[in-house]
Design a protein around this ligand. Structure first.
Ligand code: ADP
Ligand code: MG
Length: 283
């Protein structure tokens, strides 16, 4: 089997956005005028993630993280370039790829009237997992994530966002994917839930042969969970290395207290917040 869990070669993704234009002053036309605008979400990205690695993609909102995860999980097609999962081309070998991966996204969808057990049983069925195997496994994972047994059978809509996110993580790992794609798995969680999810990711890595591709805008999380980190800004990787090597790059200016935040500012010349604000106004 191929030694790379994920290979990304010169991948580019462009979205076309339709923007509504204001009605010209003095005209009474009812025609809605729109302008097409191209957004380059990923600009010729290259990446190789070896089997067993926890690889982090760290970047502000709108920098292209989810686009990369969605391309790797066959939900989107690249405009150019190729992505391979354990040697399988994501575009042409979709079914093989789907069997090897699972994705957890920050906005995971559930049947909200159904309980975690019902939602997870549904997911298990989709993956062809027998209920006798799925049931004990889902209970064990949910307990490990700190969910109380009393919540297992209550409708998802009565659960907090943190609890729902934990069910999403449990669903992501239920099928023991050999590549787990985690798109901001801890964004919006309270500190306690965040720690539970982070501890679970560490445990998965110790006990299973799983490769993890994780996106985050939490600098500390990337530092703690990832073997290597790519820093992404406006669709391009501005650096890619181990957390220590990245910090060492800018250490001379900050001494031993260098953080990932210092690294980002040093490499891009702006803060996360500035990058997000620029993206919002289309700068
Ligand atoms: N379906 C889409 N249609 C139009 N633009 C999109 C779409 N998905 C993402 N984008 C744009 O692509 C850029 C990258 O988005 P995304 O990958 O979601 O960033 P992140 O996950 O880092 O916040 C943003 O400018 C976003 O607005
Ligand atoms: Mg995103």
């Amino acid at each position: 089997m191929c030694t790379y869990a994920l290979e990304v070669e010169r991948v580019r993704k462009v979205f076309t956005r339709k923007e509504r234009l204001p009605r010209p002053e003095g005209k009474r036309s009812i025609r809605i005028r729109t302008k097409k605008e191209e957004v380059v979400a990923l600009k010729d990205i290259n990446l190789q993630v070896p089997k067993g690695e926890a690889f982090g993609v760290l970047g502000p909102n709108g920098s292209g993280k989810s686009t990369l995860i969605r391309l790797a999980s066959t939900l989107l097609l690249p405009d150019s370039g190729t992505l391979r999962i354990f040697g399988h081309d994501v575009e042409h070998d979709t079914y093989a790829v789907k069997r090897l991966i699972n994705r957890v996204s920050v906005d995971a969808a559930f049947f909200k009237k159904f309980s975690p057990i019902e939602n997870l049983m549904y997911a298990a069925r989709l993956y062809g997992m027998p209920p006798s195997e799925a049931r004990p496994k889902m209970r064990a994972i949910m307990k490990r994530l700190g969910l109380k047994e009393s919540t297992f059978r209550q409708p998802m809509e009565h659960m907090s966002r943190g609890m729902q996110q934990k069910v999403a993580v449990a669903r992501g790992f239920l099928t023991s994917p050999i590549l787990l794609l985690l798109d901001e798995p801890t964004t919006g969680l309270d500190p306690h839930s965040k720690r539970d999810v982070q501890a679970f990711v560490c445990e998965i890595r110790e006990t299973h042969d799983t490769t993890v591709l994780l996106t985050t805008h939490d600098m500390e999380e990337a530092d703690r969970l990832c073997d290597r980190i790519a820093i992404i800004d406006d669709g391009s990787f501005v650096a890619l290395d181990t957390p220590d090597a990245l910090k060492a790059m800018v250490q001379s200016q900050n001494g031993d207290k260098t953080t990932m935040e210092d690294v980002f500012i040093s490499l891009t010349g702006h803060t996360f917040e500035d990058a997000e604000a620029e993206k919002e106004v289309g700068a």
